[in-house]
Design a protein around this ligand. Structure first.
Ligand code: SF4
Length: 488
């Protein structure tokens, strides 16, 4: 085998399952029912590109999808003894992925190529750790040119993005060595249907200083789209290949970033009478409210937006201004049109205090009760290595730890602001989770959606996992009432 393209390992030494998402935030979870896999789209594009453009024998493997421990992954990769191994890793899993890769190198003489945010942040360090070649930023073009031009015969060790093949001319991503359908079940927890993850665009014009995609992968503002017919053909092909698929999740930085694309794409879906259930992630300020009826008609049932905070001072500090009035009228219109809105928020952002975060929480509560937000995702602000905000916090001494295993955004704050220490941020985070879970649960009962939720989960989860989920919900309700009692 010439080249193995490998996603991260799927089970850490401490037995936690990996939800790897290097261009955003990866997470590890202890509970099997919380695990799902993101389709590793950069790796999958690389795999398809290498197969189309070279004669090398190439195979893609996904340790996360298969929940492989280091030993299992090692045995699997060694069974084909690849000449080269390419891995993409984030910071939280770098150490364990490195150990695995070095063991492969020792046993099979494999040359190691690494990409992803952690090595982009400090390529020299990765080389001194034993990696042979580092690919920074958006790496597919650079890896292709590395093999086509036999750069492994030269002395260069660090490679930068190469755009000789534009994104719009990329082949459809890998679907042979890994099945795209396998990522749809159980699928992303808030997806309501059996949805394949799709990518019609890359990039965003936003300026968020914490954003890995913009600051580390693309390293500039901008938005690129594929040809809309190519995207619609890919969807039709996947439906034919996987008749059980019900819809598609455009898990992009800004699905709505190009007005011409969105309007023509919706018209094309309507013309084809595709009938797909579609959800998409985008930047709030790119979405035009007049699109909502068109989006609905084309099959969009859910829009995901990153709101982060509703406090004006925090919005200014992170350069992401979302006008409250505009947001509220958008949420109301979505509700009237019958499109769900999934909002993502962060606690402990730059300029935040507990009071400012609790202000955002009060708005979230209101929107949930009004049915304007259907899902709320809350994370703890985590400055990932390589982002501008990481460097600023490091220089000012505000990082509580540089143990990157802790940088997962879902457990504890790694930041100590002078007037908002990490333990207070953790407390606020728990308040957000308890109140969100409580309000969402009661809203589901009030609107009769609880049974729909139960039915959907039955279709994508094993009975055992469903039981675990329900148990966790009961615990979270108990936590909510205990918390209320304590505060009285
Ligand atoms: S809006 Fe989203 S994708 Fe765009 S820069 Fe901000 S976090 Fe990144």
């Amino acid at each position: 085998m010439d080249l193995i393209i490998a996603n991260s390992l799927g089970r850490t030494q401490s037995g936690r399952l990996t939800i790897h998402s290097p261009s955003r935030w990866s997470e590890t979870v202890m509970e099997p029912d919380r695990h799902f896999s993101y389709y590793p789209f950069f790796l999958a594009s690389l795999s398809a590109l290498m197969k189309r453009e070279t004669k090398l024998t190439v195979k893609m493997m996904d340790g996360c999808l298969e929940k492989l421990s280091s030993d299992q992954y090692l045995a699997k990769i060694l069974s084909v003894r690849p000449a080269f191994l390419f891995m993409e890793t984030d910071s939280t899993l770098y150490r364990e992925n490195l150990q695995l890769a070095l063991a492969i190198k020792r046993k099979a003489g494999t040359r190691l190529l690494f990409g992803g945010p952690h090595v982009t942040h400090d390529p020299e360090r990765a080389l001194s750790d034993g990696i042979d070649y580092v690919f920074t930023g958006e790496y597919e073009g650079a890896v292709l040119s590395f093999f086509k031009s036999k750069k492994y015969l030269g002395t260069e060790r660090i490679f930068y993005s190469d755009y000789s093949i534009p994104f719009s001319r990329y082949p459809w991503p890998e679907d042979e060595d890994v099945s795209r359908m396998d990522y749809a079940v159980p699928g992303e927890p808030s997806s309501q249907y059996r949805e394949i993850q799709m990518y019609a665009s890359r990039g965003c014009v936003g300026q968020c200083p914490f954003c890995v995609a913009k600051n580390i992968y693309y390293r500039k503002s901008g938005h690129r789209c594929r040809a809309l017919h190519d995207v619609a053909d890919e969807m039709a092909h996947l439906k034919k290949k996987y008749p059980q698929v019900e819809g598609f999740f455009f898990d992009e930085e800004d699905h709505f970033g190009n007005a011409d694309f969105i309007e023509s794409f919706c018209s094309e879906l309507i013309r084809r009478r595709s009938g797909f259930k579609i959800e998409a992630l985008g930047r709030f300020n790119s979405i035009r409210t007049q699109w909502l009826p068109l989006l609905k008609k084309a099959g969009y049932y859910q829009i995901r937006i990153g709101i982060e905070s509703l406090h004006p001072e925090i919005q200014r500090a992170i350069g992401k201004i979302i006008d409250a009035e505009k947001l509220e009228s958008f949420l109301l219109l979505c509700r009237k049109t019958g499109i769900n809105v999934y909002g993502t928020f962060q606690v402990g952002l730059p300029s935040s205090t507990r009071e400012k975060d609790l202000f955002t929480l009060s708005c979230i509560k209101k929107y949930l009760v009004l049915g304007w937000l259907s899902h709320v995702q809350v994370s703890i602000f985590t400055p990932l290595p390589g982002t501008p905000v990481f460097l600023q916090l490091k220089q000012k001494g505000y990082l509580a730890t540089e143990l990157f295993e802790d940088y997962n955004g879902g457990e504890k704050s790694v930041v100590n602001w002078p007037d908002y220490p990490s333990h207070d941020i953790n407390r606020t985070y728990l308040d957000f989770l308890n109140i969100r879970d409580h309000v969402q649960l009661w809203m589901r009962f009030r609107t009769g959606e609880a049974w729909t939720w139960f039915y959907r989960k039955c279709r994508t989860q094993s009975l055992y996992n469903l039981g675990k989920k329900i148990k966790r919900r009961i615990y979270s309700e108990a936590r909510y009432f205990l918390g209320r009692k304590k505060n009285q």
